[in-house]
Structure formats: structure tokens, C-alpha cells
Design a binder for this molecule. Structure first.
Ligand code: ZN
Length: 425
């Protein structure tokens, strides 16, 4: 436990709260990707005044990028006094839409009863502020630190991260030798280290039919009835099989500690738009569903796809005139950083120092920007760690606790001490 570092964080609580409030006041709602540039410019100014070299980098040509809604990222670096590794804190600046159920202003940054309220307070502007203050405290106590500290504010995490971390990773900004260790202050709770996430496969399944007059359906072939057979097979075979697939990944919440699948949407038949209130009088020749299959480190993506395909193939053999197509929409492989990699070890040291206990190691049910750092940057010493209660993310009246931010800033400052100065872990 490093009392000096902890005191340096405690001395900066007002600044930490003010920074969180300032960040919340930018309504960086995605989609469409509002206020990205002013928010990134604000962060660049805040870090520039702390001695960082800063760059604004636009994710040119990435999904959603245009002159009205440019995908503006900020990357900042503050080199120390000698050679050494680089520790990078990456936070996304985008937030999801507010929804209607708020009882406080979503973008005023209200401070009340030890909490800062607002869209993005928890996910993850509070985490970003905590990481900046952690670095401030560390640099104040150890002005001659070796290596470098980087902080980035990136866009579009909530929509896949293509204009943000993925774009920057393609420019080499998340690879060795520039960067060695990455901490993503996502709201996973202050005493937990998130080592990675389950895999994702999104696909569209279409069943085919033949159009005919709705009064004589026997002359056609209903794609919707064929899709009904697919859904029936999923209910009877697939969902029970997924429930049985347990994992050694410590996914939270515990309900996600197995394979899951959501059916995101279903569309079938002709559109009703032409005749408001009136359905088309036809036998549907097409029906489509989009599936969102989340899979485990123990599962191979080829098996995951094969499981669905074998059900569809069996229907094709057994069901007259059944035909289908399947289209991949997105795939992300599962990720799990080892517990004894340098970043989780350094954070564990901080958690022991602040809370007097070992961390819980968790896996996120859904993906986040770590995927791009691993797949594109080939950097594997990366985890998510930050303040904020995961369940509050994306909810109305989202908040982050001030004490939680302070404690997690102490954990992050300790991890800088371990990673850059080699303090005993
Ligand atoms: Zn987030």
C-alpha cells in the first residue's frame, strides 16, 4: 500500500468530480455520434495542460463518419524521464441514448449525495476521469517516472468501435513497441478485473417460399411457415443444448456463464407500408431472422455455426420444399487475458492495497473495445477495470459514486507504480 500515492489521489477529489461533470456535459450520444469533436477537443485541452502531447484523429470513412458527425478521437501521451514501458488508459467517449425515464437532467452532471448523475457517468466518463486523476497523482509523486503514460478518448464503442479503437489500432496506436499495457476503465465494479468477453456471431437466416394469392395458399409455399419450423427446432433442440454448455469463463452475471442466443428480429412476407393497416394478400416468399449467438472460450466458431447449419440441413431433408440461406453479419472470437499477465497483476496489487482483499476476476457477457486491441493491435496485456456499477450502465438516472471513483483511481495509480516503476507486486 502506497500512502503517498493514495494521499495524492485524495488531494484531487474535487478535480476528479469536476472533470467527470465536464465530460458528462458533452451529449456524446451514439448514434448519431453527437458532440464528439468538442468533447475530444476538451479532453485534448485538459491533457495538454497536464503536459501530454495530444492528437485528434478522425476515423475517416468509418461507419457513421461524415462532416456533420465526424468520428473524432483523442490520443495523448506523456513521456517520462527515461526508457520504459507505456501504459495506456483507453476510454470511450460515446454514450447511448437516454430514453424517457430520467428524473434528473441527463447532461447537466448533477452532483448529489456522493454521486455524479448523467448519461455516461458510469459508462464510462467517471472511469475516464478516474484514470486521468490516477495518472496526475502518480506523476506528482514520481515526476521522474520512466516510460510513458497514454490516455485516449475514443468514439463509437457502443456501435462496435470501428471509428474509434479499431481505426486507431490499424494505425499502430495499440501495438508494441508504442504501447505495452492497456487498461480500459469500463464500469466493471471497483474490486473486479474483467479479463475479456464471450464470443459473438451474428447471422441472418432466411427461409424461402413461393408467392401466390392469399386465398389459395396451397398454390404457393409459405416462407413464414418454414421459419416457424426453424423456430420450433430451436426451441426443442438448440436452446436446451445451449443451456447445457457451461464455461470455465467467470462471466457475470452468472446467467451468462453458458452459451446463449437471442433472436434479434423477425421479418416475413410483403411489407404493409403500401396499404397502411392492410396486410399484403400474398403467400410470403421470404422470411428472415437475425440471430445473436454468444459463445464460450471452449467453443470453436466453426462448431457454433455448424450447430445451426445442421438443424437447417435436417429440415431441408425432412420438410418438403424447405430451403434457406444463411449470411454472416459479424463475428468476434472470445477473449480471456491470463490472470497472471502484467496488467491484471498490477491491478490486483492495487485492489489488495485499497480493499485489503484479492480481486474478483470476471468476464463480460458482451464485447467491448478490448477485441480490437487484441485482434488488430495484437496486444494481449489488456483488461477492463474501472469504477461504476455495471448494472447501471445504459439505465435511466445513471450515476457513478464519488468514493468508487476515488478508490479505483488509487487502484489505477498503484498499477502505474507497479508497471512503470516496478513497485513490488
Ligand atoms: Zn462502456
Amino acid at each position: 500500500m502506497n500512502e503517498q500515492l493514495f494521499r495524492a489521489v485524495d488531494d484531487r477529489v474535487d478535480e476528479l468530480v469536476a472533470l467527470t461533470v465536464d465530460l458528462i456535459r458533452f451529449p456524446t450520444v451514439n448514434p448519431p455520434g453527437d458532440a464528439y469533436t468538442p468533447c475530444a477537443e476538451f479532453i485534448a485541452r485538459a491533457l495538454g495542460s497536464r503536459g501530454y502531447e495530444t492528437r485528434l484523429i478522425r476515423g475517416e470513412g468509418t461507419p457513421g463518419d461524415n462532416d456533420k458527425y465526424p468520428r473524432t478521437n483523442v490520443v495523448a501521451r506523456r513521456a517520462g524521464r527515461g526508457p520504459g514501458p507505456t501504459v495506456h488508459f483507453n476510454s470511450h467517449i460515446d454514450v447511448v441514448e437516454t430514453g424517457d425515464a430520467w428524473t434528473v437532467d441527463a447532461f447537466s452532471g448533477l452532483v448529489r449525495d456522493g454521486k455524479v448523475y448523467g448519461r455516461g457517468a458510469c459508462d464510462m466518463k467517471g472511469g475516464m476521469a478516474a484514470s486521468i486523476i490516477a495518472a496526475d497523482a502518480f506523476m506528482a509523486v514520481y515526476p521522474d517516472y520512466p516510460g510513458a503514460i497514454e490516455v485516449s478518448g475514443t468514439v463509437d464503442e457502443e456501435s462496435g468501435g470501428f471509428g474509434g479503437v479499431a481505426y486507431l489500432a490499424r494505425q499502430g496506436l495499440f501495438s508494441k513497441p508504442r504501447v505495452d499495457h492497456v487498461i480500459i476503465p469500463e464500469p466493471l465494479n471497483k474490486d473486479r478485473i474483467c479479463l475479456g468477453h464471450r464470443g459473438v456471431w451474428w447471422a441472418e437466416i432466411e427461409t424461402m417460399g413461393r408467392i401466390a394469392h392469399g386465398s389459395m395458399p396451397f398454390l404457393g409455399d409459405s416462407a413464414i411457415r418454414h421459419m416457424g419450423a426453424v423456430l420450433h427446432a430451436f426451441e426443442e433442440e438448440l436452446f436446451p443444448a445451449l443451456d447445457r454448455k457451461q464455461t470455465r469463463m467467470p462471466v457475470v452475471p452468472e446467467g451468462a456463464r453458458r452459451s446463449t442466443m437471442n433472436i434479434n428480429s423477425i421479418h416475413g412476407g410483403q411489407t404493409e407500408d403500401y396499404f397502411p393497416g392492410l396486410p399484403a394478400p400474398n403467400v410470403p416468399d421470404s422470411a428472415r431472422i437475425v440471430i445473436d449467438r454468444r459463445f464460450l472460450i471452449e467453443e470453436d466458431i466453426a462448431e457454433v455455426k455448424g450447430e445451426i447449419r445442421s438443424i437447417l440441413e435436417r429440415l431441408k431433408r425432412e420438410r418438403p420444399r424447405f430451403d434457406y440461406a444463411i449470411r454472416d453479419l459479424m463475428e468476434v472470437l472470445p477473449l480471456m487475458t491470463e490472470q497472471d499477465a502484467p496488467v491484471p497483476r498490477a491491478l490486483a496489487e492495487g485492489i489488495r492495497g485499497v480493499f485489503g482483499k484479492d480481486p474478483d476476476y470476471v468476464i463480460s457477457p458482451g464485447t467491448y473495445d478490448q477485441k480490437h486491441i487484441a485482434r488488430i493491435g495484437h496486444l494481449h496485456d489488456c483488461v477492463a477495470y474501472g469504477p461504476g456499477i455495471l448494472d447501471l450502465a445504459h439505465q435511466p438516472d445513471e450515476w457513478v459514486g464519488i468514493d468508487d471513483m476515488v478508490q479505483s483511481a488509487k487502484v489505477m495509480a498503484t498499477s502505474l507504480d507497479v508497471l512503470l516503476r516496478g513497485a513490488a507486486a
